[in-house]
Design a protein around this ligand. Structure first.
Ligand code: XMP
Length: 515
């Protein structure tokens, strides 16, 4: 049982619930998202320092709308209701919630009416918030005062400070609410009176102890992809059980240039992490399976399945391994369906669980951490910045960055083009605010001229996106000189390419990857 101070996020199906938990953790306080069906006794047992009621897509008046026992408000625990959570608080405590004549959506100016409110300590009187609602509170419950308003929302925030109940119609958790982080911090640290005991150094140490106790003298196997999550999970496990951990790294021949060697340099013989490391060079098997296949989903499936086959074979060879370690992180846990939040695109992570390999137990040392926390743990464990700050890389690898059939020749083209692109962006410092940047190979060939000769070669597409959550993304503005330099280098240095495109599409309507 974790002993940290806890802020409980009660999930009513809103789209920003993960963000709320992240924002709380940014205040060094542990937050957990639970479905709104959790019992009040369970909440008492968890003994949270504060509770946040999330937004949600419903109306409190809708038949079977998600709700909660009003006893919640008598627990004496500070509560912050956000959007639907604020309406629910008003509704359950005798206020009035009505459909607004005009929905408010997007950036909205908000006026803080009560500067003495603890929630708005050090927040400007006139600030900007992010609204997204149709219903609104028209009358605060008895005992509550209105602490903020907007043009269309007379009760943009309300509170009953004596009962430690607070509510905002707007979303303080999203970055568009200019001073939202301050509001969350005011709630978490001041109103809930937390000390801030969620620190990654302590987590790493305690988790290693927990793993040691759990695995005892047993052996564990970890599927290592070279990505941040599995690398940090493996490192944590190696601290806990040393050489009783075996990492299996399947090189499917669809990795970025030199990536296999980079992974081996960290985890292999004489690497910085002391584990048993097995690298399987399975490129030929993957290419053979992918021969002639052009349909994206089919490619994904083949790569995923083949990965599992290889992994399974290795697991059998090692034998008698009781524990399978995975790099599952908290967003995966939340996205796989806590309750009503819409399920986000489910990706086949080829580093994922081969559920037909016979293990006694799965260990997921990072299942409670967000990505930035995983990175912090990695740093605590001594992994290099280059490894810890790696951009996400899809399990199917370059297989989904090559449109159409995957061939060895195409893999080489995309690896070389991608290496040049990354190198130049990094050299120019243009990569700093990018969530992901990579080259892909289109299936288009076109006529060009090089020297005095005609060419008929492939077009490479460059992609760079700004994104925090990878669910939506903006195509990044890159300096033209950098793009020009990358283009010149790619057409000159990568055989088989005579054109370079830059992808200006956002997500939606595009996705980040090409397939
Ligand atoms: P999309 O292309 O859906 O990608 O906009 C969103 C994020 O997910 C990564 N991605 C994957 N990761 N297996 C993975 O492990 C996959 O099949 C997969 N497909 C996409 C992608 O790189 C981006 O970060």
């Amino acid at each position: 049982m974790r002993k940290n101070e806890l802020i409980l996020v009660l999930d009513f199906g809103g789209q920003y619930n993960q963000l709320i938990a992240r924002r709380v953790r940014e205040c060094s306080v542990y937050a957990e998202v639970h479905p709104c069906t959790i019992s009040i006794d369970k909440i008492r047992e968890l003994s949270p320092k504060g509770i946040i009621l999330t937004g949600g897509p419903e109306s409190v008046y809708k038949e079977n709308a998600l709700t909660y026992d009003r006893e919640l408000f008598n627990l004496g625990v500070p509560i912050l209701g956000i959007c639907y959570g604020s309406q629910l608080m008003a509704h359950l405590l005798g206020g009035r919630v009505e459909k607004a004549d005009t929905s408010e959506y997007g950036h909205t100016e908000v006026t803080v009416e009560d500067k003495s409110s603890k929630l708005f300590a050090e927040v400007s009187k006139n600030t900007v918030c992010w609204m997204s609602h149709t219903d609104r509170i028209t009358q605060a419950p008895e005992g509550f005062s209105v602490t903020a308003s907007t043009a269309n929302c007379p009760v943009a925030a309300m509170e009953n400070a004596a009962r430690k109940l607070y509510a905002t119609q707007f979303h303080p958790e999203v970055a568009h609410t200019a001073e939202g982080a301050k509001m969350i911090r005011n709630f978490v640290r001041n109103i809930c009176a937390t000390k801030g005991d969620w620190q990654m150094g302590a987590f790493a140490k305690e988790e290693a102890e927990r793993l040691k106790a759990k695995i005892g003298d047993g052996k564990a196997l970890c599927a290592l992809s070279g990505g941040v999550d599995s690398s940090v999970a493996a490192t944590l496990l190696s601290k806990a059980i040393g050489k009783r951990l075996t990492c299996v790294f399947v090189d499917h021949g669809l990795l970025r240039k030199n990536e296999g060697d980079e992974v081996e340099a960290v985890f292999g013989k004489n690497g910085i992490v002391d584990v048993n490391f097995i690298r399987i060079n399975a490129k030929d098997r993957f290419y053979a399976k992918l021969k002639g296949v052009t349909e994206p989903e089919k490619k994904r499936k083949i790569i995923g399945e083949e990965f599992i086959r290889v992994f399974e074979e290795e697991a059998k060879k090692i034998g008698k391994v009781d524990f399978l370690a995975q790099g599952t992180i908290y967003p995966d846990v939340i996205e796989s369906g806590l309750n009503k939040s819409a399920v986000i695109k489910s990706h086949h992570n080829v580093g994922g669980l081969p559920d037909f390999v016979d293990f006694k137990e799965i260990v997921e040392p990072l299942r409670l951490l967000f990505k930035d926390e995983v990175r912090a743990v990695g740093r605590e464990l001594g992994l290099s910045d280059a490894l810890v700050n790696r951009q996400p890389f899809p399990g199917p690898g370059l297989g989904i960055r090559i449109i159409g059939e995957v061939t060895e020749e195409k893999v080489k083209i995309v690896q070389d083009a991608d290496a040049i692109y990354r190198e130049e962006l990094e050299k120019a410092g243009a990569h700093k605010n990018l969530g992901q940047y990579f080259a892909a190979l289109t299936n288009m060939r076109s006529v060009g001229v090089m020297g005095d000769g005609r060419t008929y070669d492939y077009a490479v597409a460059l992609r760079a996106v700004e994104t925090g959550d990878f669910m939506t993304a903006k195509s990044a503005y890159l300096p033209w000189e950098v793009l020009a330099k990358v283009t010149t280098r790619i057409v000159n240095e990568v055989k088989g390419v005579n054109r370079v495109f830059y992808d200006c599409t956002g997500k939606p309507p595009g996705t980040i990857e090409f397939e």
